[in-house]
Design a binder for this molecule. Sequence first.
Ligand SMILES: *[C@@H]1O[C@H](CO)[C@@H](O)[C@H](O)[C@H]1NC(C)=O
Ligand SMILES: *[C@@H]1O[C@H](CO)[C@@H](O)[C@H](O)[C@H]1NC(C)=O
Ligand SMILES: *[C@@H]1O[C@H](CO)[C@@H](O)[C@H](O)[C@H]1NC(C)=O
Length: 187
Amino acid sequence: MSVCAAGLLLMMTVIFCPAVGQTPFSLSVSQDVYQAEQHSNITLTWTFPVSAVSSSDSLVVDIKNVGQMRRVYNYDRKTETGLSPHEHYRGRVLCDPVLITKGRIECVFTDLRLNDTGTYQCIVTVVHRYTDDKTCDLNVTAALDRPAVETSNPESRKRFGLYASLGLFTVVTALLASSFLANLCKF
Ligand SMILES: *[C@@H]1O[C@H](CO)[C@@H](O)[C@H](O)[C@H]1NC(C)=O
Ligand SMILES: *[C@@H]1O[C@H](CO)[C@@H](O)[C@H](O)[C@H]1NC(C)=O
Ligand SMILES: *[C@@H]1O[C@H](CO)[C@@H](O)[C@H](O)[C@H]1NC(C)=O
């Protein structure tokens, strides 16, 4: 057994060990950030390998708004129902339970509000076997109905920035000049 063989063995261990410990169950989110306008609808989608779940497994899906700690959606395959969502989301978030049994969590958020903006976490639990979670951000912006206002704002902000830096330059120059003069006068 040479040093080389030992090294090779160590390398193989390092390469293949993580794969051994890896769970075959992982949840994916189709987008990390969802962008939408107020009053529109948007679909948030998570997927998981349904092959890892047997028909006798108890499957639970829970979606919540992390910052506001509000339940958005809950589903338990055993009872075919779930815990009631927070009233802020009740009747506005629709997820198809048939798709969930196929490994696809598709939730339509309707009539979006500005305060729906936040981080949403989906947790899928195959009871006593696996659990995984993935978060995504939803950013709801006001509907743009006056683009003219939009374009004039950055311009004036830029101009303000220019004046501000010119002003700062003048002040700094004046300070430097006066301290220079003050030093000169000491002698
Ligand atoms: C949003 O979804 C609701 C319910 O499915 C529907 O009635 C409405 O027309 C949709 N709105 C838009 C802007 O697509
Ligand atoms: C969210 O906004 C809606 C209107 O857009 C308002 O009715 C509701 O009270 C707000 N909820 C919270 C918790 O701020
Ligand atoms: C939300 O979208 C607006 C407009 O695109 C963007 O300026 C802002 O940075 C976004 N905010 C977050 C938290 O992603």
